[in-house]
Write a protein that binds this ligand. Structure first.
Ligand code: AMP
Length: 213
């Protein structure tokens, strides 16, 4: 099964994708994670995207489609979770074609609905484990008191450079201008299921399970 988790920054796509990976053995393809890895390792592409990402703008379709193409060409999986991709109509069309070239289909698009106030609160409270990617929230899921990640034991907590209010406003604007049209696009293709992304992690997970069943 190949699915897209669609929603604004802070909707919980990454958190839910990690659960699906663990429980269903699917493979998460997060273009945000791929771009951050390129940036951290100082590749030429990483240098090009660093400033765009810090501002909260979208990197070019060409770059992200190239990243996804590379993954689909090389990784074999029982199912892919697209997290943070597609973000534009051009990316959505490209994904259809890339999957078709591999003899695959898109099975479902799950839209995670969260109100904007909650997004700002979530993102400004967010940190992650630099080693395994476990996501923490200062209020709802604080970093363990012993300073060690509850998932992997590492002590390398990080806050994303673009998780500040100014970048977030740009990311939200990019979402509403360029990504939100995908809701109508996938509705028209009869692939869209909306779920409430505001609840506890376990409640959202249950809603996703229901949407995929
Ligand atoms: P994310 O981790 O999904 O929130 O992505 C972080 C940043 O990476 C975004 O604000 C964009 O600058 C960039 N990015 C990630 N995925 C895409 C995409 N599909 N298209 C364009 N830019 C992207």
């Amino acid at each position: 099964m190949n699915i897209i988790l669609l929603g604004p920054p802070g909707a919980g796509k990454g958190t839910q994708a990690r659960i699906l990976v663990e429980e269903r053995g699917m493979v998460q393809l997060s273009t945000g994670d791929m771009l951050r890895a390129a940036k951290d390792s100082g590749t030429e592409m990483g240098d090009i995207v660093a400033d765009v990402m810090a501002r909260g703008a979208l990197v070019t379709d060409e770059i992200v489609i190239g990243l996804i193409r590379e993954q689909l060409n090389t990784v074999k999986a029982s199912g892919f979770i697209f997290d943070g991709f597609p973000r534009t109509l051009a990316q959505a069309d490209a994904l259809t074609n890339l999957l078709a070239a591999e003899g695959e289909n898109l099975d479902a698009v799950v839209e995670m609905e969260v109100d904007d106030e909650a997004l700002v609160a979530r993102i400004t409270a967010r940190s992650t484990c630099g080693n395994c990617g476990e996501v923490y929230n200062d209020t709802t899921k604080p970093q363990p008191a012993d300073g060690k990640c509850s998932n992997c034991g590492a002590s390398d907590f990080r806050r994303r450079a673009d998780d500040n209010e100014e970048s977030l406003r740009t990311r939200l604007m990019e979402y509403y201008k360029k990504t939100a049209p995908l809701i109508g696009y996938y509705y028209a293709k009869d692939m869209l299921t909306k779920i409430d992304g505001l609840g506890e992690i376990s409640q959202v997970k249950a809603a996703i399970d229901k949407a995929l069943s």
